[in-house]
Ligand binder design. Structure first.
Ligand SMILES: [Zn+2]
Length: 177
C-alpha cells in the first residue's frame, strides 16, 4: 500500500486501536510531521471543524477524524512544549508531569477551538436582542477547568490551531486561482 492509501485509510478508519490501525495511525502522524507547513494537518483541521457538522457531539463520541486529529495535535503540542521549554524534563517524574500537561493542553485547546462557544448566547454574541454581557458580543466562551500556567498554554495552542487553519485556507484559496 502506498503512502497516500495508508494515509487515507487512517483518516477513514473508525477504530484506531488494533494493530493494523496502529500502523495506519503511524502513517497519519508521519504525514503530519513530514508536512511541516501543515498542509495535511490543516486539511484535517478544516474537515473536522467545518465538514463534520456537530463538532461538540463528535468530540464526545470520538469520531475517527477527531481521534486522528487529537493524536496528531498532541504530538504537535509536545513538540511545541519542548521547543518552548514549558517544563523541565530532567527526571522521570518531571517527564511524566510534562506529558500530563502536554496531553491536557492538547485536549483542552482542541475542544475549545472546535466548540468554544459562550454558553449564555450559544455563540451568537446576542442575547434578548442586546449584546451578550458574559462574552461582550464575541460569542466566545471561557476556557474552563484549568487556570494559571496551563490556561496560558491552552490559549497559546488555540491561536496556533487558528493560524494553522488560516494558512491552510489561504493555501487552498491560492491553489484555486
Ligand atoms: Zn455570549
Amino acid at each position: 500500500m502506498g503512502f497516500a492509501d495508508r494515509y487515507l485509510s487512517a483518516v477513514n478508519s473508525s477504530n484506531l486501536r488494533d494493530d493494523d490501525q496502529h500502523r495506519s495511525t503511524d502513517a497519519l502522524c508521519a504525514a503530519a510531521v513530514a508536512d511541516t507547513a501543515g498542509a495535511g494537518f490543516g486539511a484535517l483541521l478544516s474537515r473536522v471543524k467545518y465538514a463534520d457538522g456537530t463538532q461538540h457531539k463528535l468530540f464526545e463520541s470520538g469520531s475517527a477524524n477527531l481521534a486522528s486529529l487529537l493524536r496528531i495535535w498532541t504530538a504537535r503540542v509536545i513538540e511545541k512544549g519542548r521547543e518552548r521549554k514549558w517544563v523541565k524534563e530532567g527526571t522521570a517524574w518531571d517527564a511524566q508531569a510534562a506529558h500530563k500537561l502536554y496531553r491536557s493542553v492538547a485536549e483542552r485547546s482542541l475542544a475549545y477551538w472546535l466548540d468554544g462557544k459562550c454558553e449564555a448566547c450559544g455563540g451568537s454574541g446576542v442575547k434578548a436582542r442586546c449584546l451578550c454581557a458574559p462574552c461582550k458580543g464575541t460569542g466566545k466562551g471561557e476556557i474552563t477547568g484549568t487556570g494559571g500556567f496551563e490556561l496560558e498554554r491552552v490559549k497559546d495552542m488555540v491561536s496556533e490551531l487558528e493560524n494553522l487553519l488560516q494558512s491552510h485556507n489561504s493555501r487552498a484559496a491560492a491553489s484555486l486561482r
